[in-house]
Design a protein around this ligand. Sequence first.
Ligand code: GLA
Length: 392
Amino acid sequence: MLSKPIDTAPLKAQFAQLFGPGGKIHVVRAPGRVNLIGEHTDYNDGFVLPMAIEPYVLVACRGRDDATVRVASSHFPNQTIEFSVQSKIKREEPQWANYVRGVAAELLAAGIPLVGMEALITNTLPVGGGLSSSAAIMVSTGLAMLKVAGLTMDPSRLALIAQRAEHEYAGVPSGIMDQTIVAAAKAGHAMMLDCRDLSKQYIPLDPAELRVVVVNSMIKHENSSGEYAKRRKQCEEGVAFFQKQTPTIKALRDVTMTQLELSKGKLDDVIYRRCRHIVTENGRTIDFAMQLTKRNYELAGEQMVASHNSLRDDYEVSLPELDFLVDESMKQKGVYGARMTGGGFGGCIVALMQPGAVEAFTPAIQASYSKKFGTSPTIFATVPTGGANVLE
Ligand code: GLA
C-alpha cells in the first residue's frame, strides 16, 4: 500500500495531448530507493539493505499495432524518440532515452516478444540525486513494455534485465541492488538482499517507532563519472590477491577478517582499504538487520555511522558536504543513525530517527547546511513503499 494515492489524470491528459486520444492508456509506477546500509557491497557478492521510497517515476503507455516504440519525457520536451522492436536498437543521443532503448533491447535479447508502444515518462524522483532514478526509469519502462504486450515477469528477472541494460546502454557497471529493490520492494519493509544468490529477507519498519529521512546535498551524483568503475576494478584486484592464497575465494564476500588482517602490508594500501570497507560493511549490514529486527535502534544507528566513516576513510566515496550532513544529523535529538547513501560523490544522506524528531530535524539541518555551503538541501521523510507496479 502506498501512503498517498497517486493522481494519474494530469499525466494521462499530457499523454493524450502528445500522442492523441483513444485506446487504453496504462500507467506504471516505479519507486526510487534509499539504501539504509550495505554500500558498494552488491558487486562484491555481499549484502545490502535498501528500501523503496515514495518519490517515483510514472509511465503512461499505450500499445501500437506496429512495431514502433515512441517515447517522450516530461523533463525533455520536444524530444520524442523512436525505434522499432524489429530492428537492432542502437545506443545514441539523447542520453536519457538509452535507458528505454536498453531495456527494450535486453527484453528482446531475453526472447520477450515486444510490441510497439507510445509512452510518456515523468518523475517526482530527482535525477542525479543518488536515489536510483535510472533503475526506476528502466524498471518502469520495462514493465510498461510488458504490459502493452500483455505479459508479466518475475520482478527479480526484470531487475536482472534492467541491470544488463544499465551496463550495456548507460555504460555503468552497476550492481544489482537498485534494480532489485525498485522491482521487488514490499511496502512497510526494508529488504536485506544477498547479492550472491539474490535471496531476500523483508524486515518491517514500524512507523510508530521509526522515520527514515532523506537529505539531498544537491550535489549531482553520477555513477558514469569513472570513480564507480574504478572502485569495482580495485575490488577485483583485491579478489585476485586473496584468490592466490585461497582459491575458493570468488569475491570479497568470501574474505574473512583474519584473512584481511593478514594481508595488511602485503596488499597495496589503497586496495587493502577498499577491501577492508567491503569486508567490514558486510558484517555491519548483517548486524544492522539483526538490531533492526530486535528493535535495538541505537545499535542499528551506530552501524550506520560506522558505515559512513568507512565509506569516507577507506572507500573514499564521500564528500565534505555529505560528512557535514551526517555530523549535523547526529547532533539532533532522537536521531539513531545517519550515513551517505548510494554510490557517493554527491547525492543524499539517509537518517534513521524517532517519528517525533522529524519536525525539529528538518529546519535545523536546512539552516546549518545553507549557512555552511550556501545551498538549501531538499529534505523529506518517507515510509517504505512497494515495488514497481501497474497502477491501471
Ligand atoms: C549505485 C549502484 C549500485 C550500488 C551502489 C553502491 O547505486 O547502482 O549497484 O553499487 O551504487 O552501493
